[in-house]
Design a protein around this ligand. Sequence first.
Ligand SMILES: C[S@@+](CC[C@H](N)C(=O)[O-])C[C@H]1O[C@@H](n2cnc3c(N)ncnc32)[C@H](O)[C@@H]1O
Length: 218
Amino acid sequence: MSFNRLAPHYRRLEWLLAGPRLQRCRLVHLEQLAGCRDVLLAGEGHGRFLVAARRRWPEVRFVHLDASPAMQSAARSALVNAGLLVERVGWITADLRTWTAPPAFDAVVTQFALDCFDPTELPGVMRRLAGALRSEARWLWADFQVPDRGWRRRRAQLIVAAMYGVFRPLTGLSARRIEPVAPWLEEAGFRRSARVESEWGLLAAEAWQRDGHRINPA
Ligand SMILES: C[S@@+](CC[C@H](N)C(=O)[O-])C[C@H]1O[C@@H](n2cnc3c(N)ncnc32)[C@H](O)[C@@H]1O
């Protein structure tokens, strides 16, 4: 799996296919990072959230984690273009399927990234990310989703199938559909504090919170 080939075109591709919609979705819960000191951006890619978050919370230490060096390079360029210091951000090039860390973060942000994992990979990724968080922690999640019924469901099914149809051959992703993340967040002691849907239910942004109860990752 690699997003390296896509990285140089990713921002333009996003604008072409979705205009400002994904970025609006990413920023819905930005205020929920109030009071955080260390925030992990997992699968952050080209850094659109990173730039906005650094501007809004200049005192927070953000760590950009991604498996793709080319995506990280795009994120660095985005910071420089926005007049922000690259050195103020931590950079980890790693695979979330194997990366582990001690509980050193107050929050993790996963946006349009957990849909890269298939059902055999997702539980381990979620447990390892939860294990990198302090006992009191927040988790901001945003992604595509398929509503339960009606024309919204059919519309979302078509769009999501087209997306995987394009992205799987280009990146080598193993995932074929979007897996629910809520059971894994609940298992790790989080409860949902906010949820906003947009684009007729195709996009969702959630904020989750854990109040001092930590379950160690498997
Ligand atoms: C669809 S892009 C989303 C990028 C960004 N978060 C956004 O909001 O647009 C998925 C990102 O997750 C990263 N990614 C996918 N699988 C990964 C893995 N196993 N470990 C680390 N990063 C991964 C990719 O390199 C890519 O940057």
